[in-house]
Design a protein around this ligand. Structure first.
Ligand SMILES: Nc1nc2c(ncn2[C@@H]2O[C@H](COP(=O)(O)OP(=O)(O)OP(=O)(O)O)[C@@H](O)[C@H]2O)c(=O)[nH]1
Ligand SMILES: [Mg+2]
Length: 357
């Protein structure tokens, strides 16, 4: 994982004090030190990990679709808290501020294909280089006892010895009364720092966010994770949102629309590569040229659609999202190319730009 080359000294008293006369120590109001670190978001495909990340950040940086295995690459999103939330001010541990660098990962799924294996490896490897983990479960599919794949994940997070927050997501879809027995059972499976039922979709929506008050699920997650972090200066500048360059985010926005538009199996055969991302000198227009890779010749006409309609609609939707993200007009060009069976071999993955081990 790309780490910040150096810690960033923020509002914290450290910077103030280093430039100030020694007596300034005594004039500063008592304030708890900041806490900071990395948090891996792990869970099975489609449980809502990326939705949760976007909801916590209040910004969309990770793409979301109803199809499993949407996320293919680790993506980091940074939350900076320079002021303690109401939840944390009212908690017995006291106010806590700092920074959480969330690492969204592909869903863990033990499939046979090279792409499946690669995605699961990325998910589990994310636990190696973080200070805490967030294990996300889907309330609609959750039972008191972990199923086989949940079991592997649970074992992995327990073996990592990291502080873990268990998030039970999609609670808008289940009977509230069913949650208590679930929470009670799962609290015996591991020593979780917190178990938080939440609806990432509802709590992350702009209407709810504007009414958000300390004490909701997302706040409880952030508070529990900040408390689990080591005392540290901020790792990134406070306005940092993600470690991924704009061209990566733009490629993802096109892949999101392709996944939404294409039926059943096809989304998994599609990859997007940005061939050119160029800001024109006038600073108002960005040219984006993309190659859409598919696995078989027969998939090409499906992506393009009759008279090019599918690709046109996908391109228009993706362009709109790109313009919203970049804040500039986008000229998008797309080109479909066949890379035979790229999901099935490590070589194929590498060719497309996934670094399979
Ligand atoms: N009802 C409901 N749906 C949700 C909630 N959170 C996420 N979803 C939906 O669940 C689907 C999957 O969401 P994602 O965020 O892409 O899930 P993910 O875990 O990142 O999936 P992968 O990247 O494939 O592993 C989408 O259709 C979301 O809109 C929630 O709180 N309630
Ligand atoms: Mg995802």
């Amino acid at each position: 994982m790309a780490r910040a080359a150096q810690c960033w000294r923020s509002h914290s008293c450290l910077k103030l004090v280093s430039d100030a006369p020694e007596t300034a120590w005594y004039q500063l109001p008592a304030m708890s030190p900041t806490r900071a670190g990395y948090v891996a978001i792990v869970g099975r495909p489609n449980v809502g990990k990326s939705t949760l990340l976007n909801a916590i950040l209040g910004e969309k940086i990770a793409i979301v679709t109803p199809k499993p295995q949407t996320t293919r690459d680790r993506i980091m999103g940074v939350l900076t808290r320079l002021e303690a939330s109401k939840t944390s001010v009212n908690s017995i541990e006291g106010p806590v501020t700092g920074q959480l660098a969330f690492v969204d990962t592909p869903g863990f799924h033990r499939g046979k294909h090279a792409l499946n294996k690669h995605l699961s490896q990325v998910a589990l490897a994310s636990l190696d280089d973080v200070q805490a983990a967030m294990l996300v479960m889907d309330a609609t599919r959750m039972r008191g006892e972990p199923g086989p794949e949940d079991g592997v994940l649970l074992e992995a997070v327990v073996a990592s010895k990291l502080p873990v927050v268990l998030v039970i997501n999609k609670v808008d879809m289940v009977e509230k009364l069913s949650l208590l027995p679930l929470i009670e059972k799962w609290s015996k499976h591991a020593n979780f720092k917190a178990i938080v039922p939440v609806s990432a979709r509802a709590e992350g929506s702009p209407e709810t966010a504007s009414r958000r008050h300390g004490g909701d699920g997302l706040e409880r997650i952030v508070h529990a994770l900040l408390l689990a972090m080591p005392e540290s200066e901020l790792l990134f500048e406070p306005d940092t949102l993600t470690d991924r360059p704009m061209r990566f985010l733009v490629a993802e926005l096109l892949r999101e629309q392709l996944m939404l538009a294409l039926g059943e199996e096809l989304p998994y055969s599609v990859a997007v590569e940005i061939m050119r991302y160029n800001e024109r000198p006038d600073g108002r227009i960005v040219d984006v040229d993309c190659t859409i890779h598919v696995e078989r010749e027969s998939q090409k006409p499906i992506v393009v659609g009759r008279g090019g309609e599918t690709l046109k609609a996908v391109g228009a939707a993706a362009r709109g999202n790109m313009e919203a993200l970049i804040g500039k007009q986008v000229f998008l060009q797309t080109h479909v190319r066949v890379e035979p069976n790229w999901t099935r071999s490590a070589r194929g993955l590498k060719k497309i730009g996934y670094n399979a081990q």
